[in-house]
Write a protein that binds this ligand. Structure first.
Ligand code: SAM
Length: 210
């Protein structure tokens, strides 16, 4: 079921999202430098594509790709249409196991969406199922903070620093690239992660989750 609190949060925030998020969602522009080499005519998914920033970048880099963006917020998706990405498929629903078939995608991108999901373990399982063997996952997101007040404030904005997303990604996927940077003199850090599917990873991460 779609979390109505996130949906209503973006009903308002979608209106000024593109104008404001450069202030704290760092690494989104740099993400294109990490777009990997993919087979011809690849299939690509952007989970939590929002207003479509990366759909545009992906279409430029992979002009022959079959690209889909999924987002639970129709308000966010409505801004994708203002960008020149007519050939891209959009799905307005909560990303789940049933959203796509198994072994469908060569690359799944998640930009600042995974720290918003309730159940990281099941989302990782869904990503692993939807990726082809040797498929790649590319993530940019908040990594950690030492400041409790900041993480409490972010929680009010539906972002969770716990459990640590990148620690779990390290365990669930074979790491190809991991890069971590500080933001605002260490108020928080954000990371970019490129990983590959690996067998038995569901079992490996189970023990570490609450
Ligand atoms: C911070 S925005 C990031 C949007 C975009 N990826 C970007 O980098 O600008 C997070 C987006 O993820 C979406 N989202 C969060 N959890 C989701 C889920 N489980 N399924 C689908 N969309 C989700 C939200 O609706 C929101 O549009």
């Amino acid at each position: 079921m779609i979390p109505t609190d996130i949906k209503s949060y973006y009903r308002l925030h979608s209106k000024f999202y593109d104008a404001t998020r450069w202030v704290f969602l760092f690494g989104r522009d740099a993400l294109k430098k990490y777009f990997p080499e993919l087979p011809d005519n690849p299939k690509i998914l952007d989970v939590g594509c929002g207003t479509g920033k990366h759909l545009v970048q992906l279409q430029k880099k992979y002009p022959n790709a079959d690209i889909t963006g999924i987002d639970l917020s129709g308000d966010m998706l409505s801004f994708v249409n203002h960008k020149n990405v007519a050939s891209i498929k959009l799905k307005n629903e909560l990303y789940s196991e049933n959203s796509f078939k198994d072994n469908e995608f060569d690359l799944i991108l998640c930009s600042y969406s995974l720290t918003m999901v309730d159940d990281l373990k099941s989302t990782f399982e869904d990503i692993q199922k939807h990726l082809k063997p040797n498929g790649l996952v590319l993530v940019v997101d908040f990594d950690s903070t030492l400041f409790t007040l900041f993480s409490k404030w972010m929680k009010k904005n539906h972002v969770s620093f716990e459990p640590n997303l990148f620690k779990l990604l390290d365990e669930a996927f074979e790491v190809e690239i991991k890069s971590t940077r500080k933001a605002y003199f260490g108020l928080y850090s954000y990371s970019i992660f490129l990983g590959k599917t690996k067998e038995m990873s569901f079992l490996k991460i189970t023990d570490n989750l609450p």
